[in-house]
Design a protein around this ligand. Structure first.
Ligand code: MLT
Length: 267
């Protein structure tokens, strides 16, 4: 569906009924990343998966940046009449979830940080983002897909799940170049969230594929050490797109966490 917010159109899929759980996709993907979760929502929860600005069916917003996008998330929640939601994100979506906590903690009921990290880009990382922006300009989206594909999934998926690889390739291929450019800018400009996550006081689930090479497991362990009371779940035989590669385990860990920690009768 398309939702009209003060920031423009937002492409959104939703399923289930109950406490809201907003799921934010990674780079350079779209809301269909969360299709395996929307097919199997935890009982008592409503999953909502928007296209981030410029991706899928969502309008681009001026001045891309994680904090600007966190305000965009809140404008979406306002439009949907949601006071507080559990905010979950994979990789770039996780950076955005941390920005939501930094800027709008009173809107965050819980956090799910999947295949992500708290730290900002290194100088070398920023240089690679600029290089990718240039590659996008000169060679187009296919060159970005080629760059991203090797890190997107784990070796088990590359060996055993060709359909998942094809679906992720197709998702990347249909990303609008402006959105990819904006997201690269937001990624390279994002602040370090180490202090942000140390201030988290809501229930937090950290998930990571054990074959993730982009945001490897030690990053998740560091986040778990920094966030009091947080829970770490490892998704076996999954890489960076762990929710898409091994949805059965991902869904079970998410559902158990939500059921045990985020209840309608808690404030
Ligand atoms: C993502 O999956 O969102 C990206 O790999 C994040 C990043 O490059 O830092």
């Amino acid at each position: 569906m398309i939702v009209r917010t003060p920031d423009g159109a937002v492409g959104l899929d939703a399923s289930g009924a109950g406490e809201p759980v907003l799921l934010l996709h990674g780079f350079p993907l779209d809301r269909t990343l969360w299709a395996p979760q929307l097919a199997d929502p935890a009982p008592g929860f409503r999953y909502l998966a928007p296209d981030l600005p410029g991706f899928g069916e969502s309008d681009r917003v001026a001045g891309p940046g994680m904090d600007r996008w966190a305000d965009w998330v809140v404008s979406l929640l306002d439009t949907l009449g949601i006071a507080r939601a559990t905010i979950g994100g994979l990789s770039m979506g996780g950076y955005l979830a941390m920005a939501c906590w930094r800027r709008h903690p009173h809107r965050v009921r819980g956090l799910v940080l999947a295949d992500t990290r708290a730290g900002a880009d290194s100088d070398e990382g920023r240089a690679k983002r600029r290089e990718m922006q240039a590659l996008l300009r000169t060679e187009g989206i296919e060159a970005v897909v080629e760059r991203m594909r090797p890190g997107m999934t784990g070796r088990a998926t590359r060996r055993l799940r060709p359909a998942a690889i094809d679906a992720l390739d197709a998702m990347m291929r249909r990303a609008h170049p402006d959105a990819v450019h904006d997201a690269l800018q937001a990624l390279m400009d994002r602040p370090d969230s180490t202090a942000t996550i140390a201030s988290v006081t809501v229930p937090t689930l950290i998930l990571c594929g054990d074959q993730d090479i982009l945001t490897p497991l030690p990053e998740s362990r560091a986040m778990q050490a920094a966030i009091a009371g947080s829970v770490l779940g490892v998704v076996p035989e999954a890489g960076h797109a762990s929710n898409f590669e091994v949805p059965g385990v991902f869904n079970r860990l998410l559902s158990e966490f939500l059921g045990a920690n985020i209840r309608a009768d808690q404030s």
